[in-house]
Structures are given as C-alpha cells and as structure tokens.
Design a protein around this ligand. Structure first.
Ligand SMILES: Cc1cc2nc3c(=O)[nH]c(=O)nc-3n(C[C@H](O)[C@H](O)[C@H](O)COP(=O)(O)O)c2cc1C
Length: 223
C-alpha cells in the first residue's frame, strides 16, 4: 500500500489491542522516522511500551484504551514547528497505516511523561500521535464539502480537485476542517482559519494530503 492509498483507508483509532509492535514494524518505523527527521530537522521519536501517557482521566475521557506506543513530535521551538509537525507527522501516520497500524493525533487527551522521550535545549514537544494495532479500523466521519473549503469549480484542473478532496479526508483537531485553499494561477494559497484549535498543525496535515493526491510538491504553495 502506498501513502496515497492510505489517505483513503485511515481513520482515527483510539482503542488498541494489548500487543507489542512487531520487531520488523519497529525497524521500519525507526528507519522512516530517521528519513523524516533528516529532511525536516524535527526530532520525532517512537515511544514504545509506555502506557502511562494514556492512563489518565483525560485519556479515558477521550476514549483511549490500550495505548502503549506513540510518536512524540519534538522540534525546534519556533513559529514553524506546528506546521512542520503536521506535515511530517501525517506522512508518518500514513506510513504507519501502510504497515497495518492505526493512529490518532492527540493534542489534549494525554499526559506528558517527561522521561519517555528526549527534548533537547531549544526544542519543544509539539504534539503526540498514538500508534498500534487498532481494535477496529475506525470509521468514516462527517466532512465539509470541497466548495466549503476551497474555490473548486467545474473548470478547475483535475489535480486541484484531487488535492482538495484528499485534504477533506485529513484528520483535523475536533474535526473542524478550518482550512481554505484557493487556486492562484499555477499555485495554491492555503491557510488555516482564525480560531482553529491547532490550526497550523492542521494546515501541515492537509498540505501533506493535498500534495500526495495532486502529484505536486511544496513548490505548489504560494508564499
Ligand atoms: C491536531 C489534532 C489534534 C487532535 N487532538 C485530539 C485529542 O486530543 N483527542 C482525541 O481524541 N482526538 C484528537 N484528534 C483527532 C480528531 O478528533 C480526528 O482526527 C477528527 O475527529 C477527524 O476524524 P478522523 O481522524 O477519523 O478523520 C486530533 C486531531 C488533530 C489533527
């Protein structure tokens, strides 16, 4: 399965089987994380066999169970961190899906366990993503229309339609989908809307989906 196909199969999963990640799966994840870190400058880490972060009232309230593995998205504490975490974290989410794993982005419903991962001087934990063997594959949730999040029209190019439609399948905080795309000649303007919780993380995530489905790269984005 390729990352693109994973876009159509991924749903958030919060209940996991009580079994450790297979050794070859861990190896594949570590290798992919190494590539993403080299490309982005992030310091993403796989935290394994650590059940404490999701053994708290907030996590139970958020309906998490059986979580003992997660990705800690750590990086330089600056204005670019959130969007970078969104973009590269979603690549990791989709890659995990291709390995038969399930995931859920988690901004709120967990507890930080400081000794479970490393945060160097000048770095910050952006967000975490639970990962493991889901009890289910999750489910399709309500979505806004392409017209509600973009200027997509009957005569828009196919690549633009594919990109916008894939962005609508992206996870966003509280499923708010507070982002907007606009075609500007050969380029696309993308922004998060005011008051979006985790708006910049969501923006990185939807840009990841858009690029994969449209076949474009980062040069598509208007500065
Ligand atoms: C940035 C971000 C933060 C999120 N934080 C939480 C969270 O704290 N707790 C939770 O249960 N789900 C969280 N989610 C998962 C969203 O609720 C979920 O992605 C959304 O409802 C869409 O559903 P889907 O992922 O199945 O498409 C978060 C998602 C994103 C993208």
């Amino acid at each position: 399965m390729e990352l693109l196909q994973a876009i159509y199969e991924r749903h958030s999963v919060r209940a996991y089987e009580d079994r450790p990640l297979a050794a070859e799966t861990v190896q594949a994840l570590e290798q992919y994380i190494g590539q993403l870190n080299a490309e982005s400058g992030l310091h993403i880490q796989l935290v394994k066999n650590e059940p404490k972060a999701f053994d708290c009232t907030l996590a139970h309230y958020g309906k998490f169970s059986g979580v003992s593995n997660y990705f800690a998205l750590v990086g330089q504490d600056n204005a670019a961190l959130d969007e970078l975490c969104g973009y590269y974290g979603e690549k990791l989410v989709l890659y995990a899906q291709t390995l038969g794993l399930n995931t859920c982005w988690v901004a709120l419903t967990y507890k930080k366990i400081p000794d479970a991962f490393r945060v160097e001087a000048g770095e910050k934990l952006g967000i975490v993503i639970s990962v493991g063997y889901g009890k289910t594959q999750g489910k399709v949730r309500p979505s806004k229309s392409a017209e509600a999040v973009s200027d997509l029209a009957a005569d828009s190019p196919d690549w633009y339609r594919c990109g916008v439609e894939a962005a609508l399948l992206a996870p966003t905080a509280v499923n708010q989908q507070k982002f907007r795309f606009a075609l500007r000649g050969e380029q696309v303007a993308a922004k998060s809307l005011p008051f979006a919780p985790c708006g910049k993380i969501d923006l990185g995530i939807v840009k990841c989906h858009f690029e994969l489905a449209s076949g474009k790269d980062h040069t598509i984005w208007m500065k």
